[in-house]
Design a protein around this ligand. Sequence first.
Ligand SMILES: NC(=O)c1ccc[n+]([C@@H]2O[C@H](COP(=O)([O-])OP(=O)(O)OC[C@H]3O[C@@H](n4cnc5c(N)ncnc54)[C@H](O)[C@@H]3O)[C@@H](O)[C@H]2O)c1
Length: 167
Amino acid sequence: MSTFTIDSLGIVGTGAMGRGIAQIAAQAGLTVSLYDTNPQAVAAARQYLQDTFAKLAEKGKMSAEDGAAALARVLPCNALEDLAGCDMVLEAIVERLEVKRDLVAKLEAILRPDAVIASNTSSLSITAIAVGAKQPGRSRRLSTFQPGAADEGGRGDRRPVWRPRRG
Ligand SMILES: NC(=O)c1ccc[n+]([C@@H]2O[C@H](COP(=O)([O-])OP(=O)(O)OC[C@H]3O[C@@H](n4cnc5c(N)ncnc54)[C@H](O)[C@@H]3O)[C@@H](O)[C@H]2O)c1
């Protein structure tokens, strides 16, 4: 099984799932760029993260310094194009096939050719989402987002490693 390591994660859709994934990714040391068609959802997600890190610090589960550092790694974005430099972009948008396909097409036009496009879909086939994509082989379904989480990619042979290359 091959592995790949990422430093930066873009999250499209910052609702219930997107913000929770952002928390774990930022705590793991990744730079996390947040984008949502609803700017208020991005602001709400950032506030959620700020509150969550503060609560974890209060409970002694994370230091205040680490919380501040994790929050500093979270970058609210105003446009999808702001995710251009990400190693991987995960979509956690509405569970509608045509909307997810449209997003994949937009991301393909923005991202580097080697960047991974991942979906948090709960019920759709990743193959169906990647239909029409120029590089369907780089699409992945990530059903669990923890360090070393297994993925269910189209080739089924790659595993994201939640460890930043730097530091
Ligand atoms: N809620 C769960 O328990 C759960 C569990 C596993 C997987 N999922 C999957 O995760 C995804 C997100 O679910 P959720 O519960 O977080 O949804 P949500 O409704 O809480 O959040 C979705 C967000 O996506 C944004 N959005 C919609 N279309 C967009 C687009 N084209 N571009 C950018 N942003 C867009 C919305 O503004 C909203 O903020 C879905 O595919 C869902 O099936 C959900």
